[in-house]
Write a protein that binds this ligand. Structure first.
Ligand SMILES: C[C@@](CO)(OP(=O)(O)O)[C@H](O)COP(=O)(O)OP(=O)(O)OC[C@H]1O[C@@H](n2ccc(N)nc2=O)[C@H](O)[C@@H]1O
Ligand SMILES: Nc1ncnc2c1ncn2[C@@H]1O[C@H](COP(=O)(O)OP(=O)(O)O)[C@@H](O)[C@H]1O
Length: 284
């Protein structure tokens, strides 16, 4: 049997850090949603009891460092599955971009193997397993739009924002999430975005207020390390995106755009100096 799973990218409409915890992680408040830029996974049973990964992308690990491999290994161990699987990753999400490509592949693997092997694991249990693989994995298991707290693994489902275009621009640098969090001085943060304000804007379905309330405390850290991210942000604003923010630890910058007529102008303007630009829809 062969099964397919889509692994969409996420964006953070809001990312606030409350404090650094004793375990080294940061206590966060994030408002996250999915966009329709997705990796495609194919999972097929193998006669041998082992895990094999392949991908058309030459720049990701295909061994136990791959998050899809780790997800398969975890589910096999925890549910005592003595079967093998071959997973092909058709990568479309840029890597180390702040779009949770690896986390979404891990989540899709958990969902897919649950189906392939008929394990009957609940979504809640899949999220608990996912949290062992990374802070963003539980959200990627459920998708939709959510308020994520704790280190990102505690989820509260909220309404989807109004439909809009999302322009994603990734400058040609790879950012390490651990590095960005490592440079953040959480106790010295003077300004915090308003989580309550963002939740209220989404609840009311006000696109303009969502754009006004976008905020990410990791943005200044990444901008300090890579000034080219600022250039992308400023260009996106100048070209007329309604709301602009860096996603996660970056370096991808997203622009929310309500009117289709504006989208091609923004895309063409950015393509002048940034190779990786995508126009997608919010997944609602
Ligand atoms: C920043 C965010 C925002 O959505 O996304 P990305 O930029 O990676 O897409 C996430 O919090 C990333 O989640 P994820 O990529 O799963 O991170 P993890 O593997 O759990 O952690 C990587 C490293 O980031 C730091 N980390 C992560 C999450 C958190 N709440 N506090 C942290 O300090 C830790 O140093 C950890 O070792
Ligand atoms: N399936 C995967 N897809 C992408 N990257 C992966 C995968 N498995 C492991 N990685 C590694 O995870 C790191 C972070 O990748 P990714 O999840 O794309 O970034 P981000 O968390 O910034 O969105 C990269 O260094 C990459 O080599």
């Amino acid at each position: 049997m062969k099964i397919y799973e889509k692994a969409p990218a996420k964006i953070n409409l809001l990312l606030d850090v409350l404090r650094k915890r004793e375990d080294g992680f940061h206590e966060v408040e994030m408002v996250m949603t999915m966009v329709d830029l997705a990796d495609r996974l194919t999972m097929e049973e193998m006669p041998r009891d082992s895990i094999m990964i392949s991908s058309q992308a030459g720049y990701i690990p295909l061994d136990e460092k791959n998050l899809a491999f780790q997800a398969a290994q975890l589910i096999k161990e925890r549910y005592d599955v003595r079967k093998g699987v071959y997973i092909h990753l058709d990568k479309k999400i840029p890597v180390a971009a702040g779009l949770a490509g690896g986390s979404s592949d891990a989540a899709a693997t958990l969902r897919g193997l649950n189906r392939l092997w008929g394990l009957g694991i609940s979504t809640e249990e899949l999220c608990t397993l996912g949290a062992e693989l990374g802070s963003d994995v539980p959200f990627c298991v459920t998708g939709g739009t959510a308020l994520a707290t704790g280190r990102g693994e505690k989820l509260e489902r909220i309404a989807n924002p109004p439909q809009c275009w999302v322009v994603l621009a990734k400058p040609p640098i790879n950012v390490s999430t651990a590095d960005v969090y490592g440079r953040l001085r959480a106790a010295e943060l003077k300004e915090h975005p308003s989580t309550a304000g963002m939740l209220d804007a989404i609840e009311r379905g006000s696109f303009a207020d969502i754009c006004d309330r976008l905020g990410n405390v990791l943005e200044n850290v990444t901008l300090g390390m890579y000034p080219e991210v600022m250039q992308v942000k400023e260009s996106m604003e100048r070209l007329g995106a309604d709301g602009v923010l860096m996603s996660g630890s970056g370096p991808t910058v997203f622009g929310l755009v309500s009117k289709e007529a504006k989208v091609s102008r923004i895309y063409n303007g950015l393509r002048g100096f940034c190779k990786e630009v995508y126009v997608v829809r919010m997944l609602t």
